[in-house]
Design a protein around this ligand. Structure first.
Ligand code: AGP
Length: 372
């Protein structure tokens, strides 16, 4: 009913709007007065966590994209090697698992059969499994050794939005916690990241207030057949997520690429007026990446692409090559997906509406996929 949708036309719009609160709620109560993470709910002993020599993340769809981003944070903050694998592929290739492997299963519903089968396989090999899940008491957390719940609240729309942002927050917390337990990240550094994370809730709010031009742009592209998405570093999984949202909601051909791969093939797809969304890393910090993506944008624009550029406020270097410029607040590099994904969600939702599609219940899809 309209009341359930809180005055929004679709659950998806309501859930997009709830993201600042969802992000804040997922952080709540997980840091003590001294600035240390208190993840007591993660019932894997610190002794066991110190022994971990490999992290393997398994998940599907949007949760898999959260896992891809988590890899950057986990490896950067803990120096533990991390692999990310589609849950549906995992157990069929006889993966190398032992008691020192920490498997993280990410799932909004906690009922996804592919993810469940992957974690069962991991536990049979003696690995510890930590679930990151949004649904209390669902099957995946029940069958895991430990669980870190995301506090997004119920997600009704088939297209995952607020669950994704909270999965990212939970992954950052796990990465920092591993760092804390193993001594690669300490009080001050953890406090600094938590401070940045706490601020991000307001930044997401700010992004949401500037979405009208994105909606307008989406409507203007309603008759297109294809949209491409490019990104680098954590912007690459964001590009994959933008493409997935567009596929499931707008039923358009959408594909995400690592921008550096362009010249290895995908650039052949570029033709006049093809919309290409580019997620640009911050010019601060990893400026090498930034400069490389600016030249990627130039390359595709020279071949006629219509460039839709998502870039940090104050990043003037990209402006001349952007046919459409979507501004996002400046954030630390690893946290950028929390703000960069939001315009892509709005974009896909509005395109779906403009094409007359059912936003909350896309064709052929179910909210949780309980068959393999
Ligand atoms: C996301 O928009 C999709 N509907 C889908 O990819 C989803 O993320 C995937 O099926 C995994 O679901 P889960 O998080 O409930 O396990």
């Amino acid at each position: 009913s309209a009341a359930e949708k809180g005055g929004y036309d679709y659950f998806m719009l309501k859930e997009i709007a709830e993201q600042p609160k969802a992000v804040a709620d997922t952080l709540l109560g997980r840091i003590d007065a001294a600035g240390s993470l208190t993840l007591d709910e993660v019932r894997i002993s610190t002794a066991e966590l110190r022994e971990v020599d490999k992290v393997v993340i398994v998940a599907c769809g949007t949760a898999f994209h959260a896992g891809l981003i988590a890899k950057y944070a986990i490896e950067h903050w803990t120096r533990i090697p991390c692999e990310v694998e589609l849950a549906s592929e995992f157990r069929y290739r006889d993966p190398i698992l032992d008691p020192r492997t920490l498997v993280i299963a990410i799932s909004q519903s906690g009922e996804t059969m592919d993810t469940l089968m992957a974690l069962r396989h991991a536990r049979e090999q003696g690995s510890k499994v930590l679930a990151i899940c949004n649904t209390n008491g669902s099957t995946i957390p029940r069958e895991s050794d430990a669980v870190l719940y995301t506090h997004a609240g119920p997600e009704v729309a088939v297209a995952s939005t607020k669950a994704f942002l909270t999965q990212l927050v939970a992954c950052y917390l796990v990465a920092l916690y591993l760092g804390q337990v193993r001594g690669t990240k300490w009080g001050d550094e953890i406090r600094a990241v938590i401070r940045d994370l706490s601020k991000i809730s307001q930044e997401v709010e700010r992004v949401l207030k500037t979405m009208e031009p994105v909606r307008e742009l989406a409507r203007s592209l309603a008759t297109k057949n294809t949209v491409l998405f490019l990104g680098r570093h954590v912007g690459y999984p964001v590009a994959l997520e933008g493409a997935l949202k567009l596929k499931e909601l707008a039923y358009m051909h959408a594909e995400g690429f690592a921008a550096g791969e362009l010249k290895h093939g995908p650039i052949a797809l570029i033709e006049k007026d093809l919309p290409v969304v580019v997620v640009v890393p911050s010019p601060r910090g990893r400026s090498v990446l930034h400069d490389k993506i600016v030249s990627n944008i130039q390359e595709i624009r020279a071949r006629g692409a219509r460039t839709i550029v998502i870039a940090e406020e104050g990043d003037e270097a990209v402006a001349p090559y952007a046919d459409h410029l979507i501004r996002i607040p400046a954030t630390p590099t690893l946290l950028q997906p929390l703000v960069a994904t939001v315009p892509l969600q709005v974009f896909a939702c509005e395109l779906a509406t403009a094409r007359g599609n059912e936003v909350d219940q896309p064709r052929n899809l179910a909210k949780s996929v309980t068959v393999e």
